[in-house]
Design a protein around this ligand. Structure first.
Ligand SMILES: [Zn+2]
Length: 316
């Protein structure tokens, strides 16, 4: 079965798989999920076993994933009787892995902060983990505890995966609410097709990519669909400043994502939040004295921008 969260021993926190991916790619964090210990998120269950009773990860380190990332039981993973993570689904087949079932109700715009426990590689298996030990006290600060509430996320990829992997279940997407900042709407309407961006501001806009241009100072992402304004079609694009990418904490992974996007033959989709493309007049290349209109925006926060494959969205 898939786990929405797992307990991470070294951070003494429960993480979603999207938190884990974010940490893996973050060059300012010393974190590698392949070397971490993940355990059952149910405290009673976890404490009943030693640290060798672990969970595994799926797509924790793959930059360009297609199938939904998750935590999973390993062949030897045990749970106590009554653990909610032991269910009929525990023996479900792989097809169960193809959807993100844990919909965060809120995307928090400030990043989650982690405080690592002081290094203590020889954790004895029967050590009490009731929070009374001085070593773990520093990690239990208030905001972090609050923000790690299971229905909230700080990782944009999480709601995007919910939308992409459940795209064929329109009723579900209409039912599940998403809050970002002051705005709350069902997933189905919070995610807005790029061609309808004039309908409402401040949403998550998405669309199929037509091409990506690599310029000296920036990348330009052109969308396939056009926006109709005053009975005329206009192209839509977003710019990614290379300066912004160079100072990004996930620079390497981000460049890998963009490079792959430029080289691949596969259909790709772009999702972004935080800016709304506006109609601008830009000089024509062929005739610089002429201008033409285009809906355009500069991406301001790379944490809220994704280019990815989304087979369920093909044809959109
Ligand atoms: Zn368990």
């Amino acid at each position: 079965m898939k786990f929405d969260l797992a307990y991470c021993l070294s951070l003494d926190e429960k993480l979603s798989i999207y938190d884990v991916r974010d940490l893996n790619f973050d060059e300012t964090q010393a974190f590698d999920s392949a070397r971490e210990h993940f355990q059952c998120p149910n405290d009673a269950c976890r404490l009943a076993f030693d640290i060798t009773n672990e969970l595994g990860t799926f797509n924790a380190k793959n930059v360009n994933y297609v199938r939904t990332p998750h935590f999973k039981n390993l062949p030897g993973t045990r749970h106590v009787e009554g653990c909610p993570y032991v269910s009929a689904k525990a023996s479900a087949t792989e097809s169960d892995d193809s959807r993100e079932e844990h919909f965060p109700s809120e995307l928090l715009l400030s990043r989650r902060q982690y405080l690592r426990k002081p290094a203590d590689p020889i954790v004895t298996t029967d050590a009490p983990r009731d929070g009374s030990s001085t070593s773990s006290a520093v990690s239990a600060n208030e905001p972090s505890t609050r923000e790690s509430a299971p229905d909230k996320t700080t990782v944009f990829a999480h709601p995007v995966e919910c939308f992409v992997s459940n795209f064929d279940d329109k009723d579900l997407l209409k039912r599940m609410p998403l809050k970002i900042g002051e705005h709350t709407a069902p997933y189905a309407s919070f995610f807005k097709k790029i061609e309808y961006l004039q309908d409402n501001r401040g949403l998550i806009y998405w669309g199929k990519i037509k091409q990506i241009k690599d310029y000296t100072q920036s990348f330009r992402i052109d969308f396939e669909k056009k926006v109709w304004f005053e009975k005329r079609p206009y192209s839509v694009n977003v710019y990614l400043s290379k300066k912004l990418i160079d100072t990004y904490r996930k620079r390497k992974a981000f460049l890998e994502e963009i490079k792959h996007a430029i080289d691949t033959e596969q259909e790709l989709y772009c999702f972004f939040y935080g800016v709304t493309p506006e109609l601008k007049q830009v000089p024509s290349k062929k005739n610089p004295e002429q201008t033409f209109g285009v809906f355009s925006a500069n991406i301001e926060n790379l944490d809220h921008f994704i280019v990815r494959q989304a087979p369920g969205l093909d044809g959109q």
